[in-house]
Design a protein. Structure first.
Ligand code: ATP
Ligand code: MG
Length: 284
């Protein structure tokens, strides 16, 4: 088995004639924070979409912890230990903060959702439905234990964003500030205790204070040993938090290495930084 948690080899994805991801290879070791940077449209989100199974690949392989996941669907990949957030943020607007965090955990239920594998079998799918209804109404010791565990995990995640999310715990997501919605989404991903946390521009639309808060939370997660694959435009944050940086342009990797290495790479300055006004620039 590989020493890497994530191994991507020759990954490809095109949209009609456009090669959005053009044969890229990279890996992420356990406990590493790896960031992907690059200009708008360089293929960063597409790469994350491929790793998380949001869209299928047209070529290449993706291996997580020794298991091939490049033909698995999102639910299966989540079960394998990959959780993500989205570039534009995705929360359930009418659910409370706590329920938004809790909702991700339902995919991990076993005692409350027996026979769940049968739900994909047309003639037998009423069996899991009836079993779940019975357990929801009557409950079993195992399902009650599972429920308590879920409540504990939700509390842990609310505690992580204590000052911001605790006061809003029971408020519907639509009433939250943009930054709090993004925090709720990160909390939901973390509640799954993923082997690999995938974040697509977690600070997009945040002001400096909010961005600094996310940075310190990322550093805490890193100190806890969380493996992270991050896409982010704010280069100061990327250079501070990352063990390694991958630079994409036109669907290809044009450079990768330590933050110091990447910062000095002439191809990076040319393709990425040169289009803005130096390090720390925002996307156009
Ligand atoms: N579903 C889609 N259908 C058609 N083209 C797409 C689709 N998704 C992405 N693309 C194209 O693929 C290329 C890469 O897009 P991608 O979203 O991966 O870029 P990105 O690096 O995340 O950019 P940004 O920094 O703006 O978020 C772009 O040219 C984009 O227009
Ligand atoms: Mg993107």
């Amino acid at each position: 088995m590989s020493a890497h948690l994530l191994d991507v080899v020759g990954l490809e994805r095109h949209f009609d004639g456009l090669k959005a991801v053009d044969g890229i290879s990279f890996s992420v070791a356990p406990g590493e924070v790896v960031s992907i940077i690059g200009p708008n449209g360089s293929g960063k989100t597409t790469t994350l979409n491929l790793v998380t199974g949001t869209i299928p690949a047209h070529g290449g392989t993706i291996t997580l912890d020794g298991v091939r996941i490049d033909h698995a669907d999102t639910a299966r990949i989540a079960e394998q230990g990959v959780a993500r957030t989205f570039q534009n943020g995705r929360v359930f607007a009418t659910l409370s903060v706590a329920d938004n965090i809790d909702v991700g955990l339902h995919s991990t239920l076993h005692a409350s959702r027996p026979f769940r594998r049968l739900s994909g079998v047309f003639l037998l799918r009423w069996i899991p439905l009836l079993a779940e209804l019975f357990i929801a109404v009557v409950g079993t010791p195992a399902s009650r234990r599972e429920q308590r565990r879920i409540e504990e995990v939700v509390e842990t995640e609310i505690h992580r964003f204590e000052a911001r999310l605790r006061p809003r715990r029971d408020d519907p997501a639509y009433s939250l500030s943009y930054a709090n919605r993004r925090r709720t989404e990160i909390a939901r991903a973390l509640a799954l205790q993923p082997k690999l946390l995938v974040l697509d521009e977690p600070t997009a639309g945040m002001n400096q204070t909010e961005t600094a808060e996310v940075l310190s939370q990322l550093l805490e997660l890193k100190a806890e040993g969380q493996t992270i694959l991050l896409v982010e435009h704010k280069l100061d944050l990327v250079l501070t938090v990352s063990d390694r940086v991958i630079v994409m342009d036109g669907g290809r990797i044009i450079a990768q290495g330590s933050p110091e290495h990447v910062r000095r790479d002439p191809a990076v300055v040319e393709a990425y930084l040169g289009r803005r006004r130096g390090l720390g620039g925002e996307p156009e």
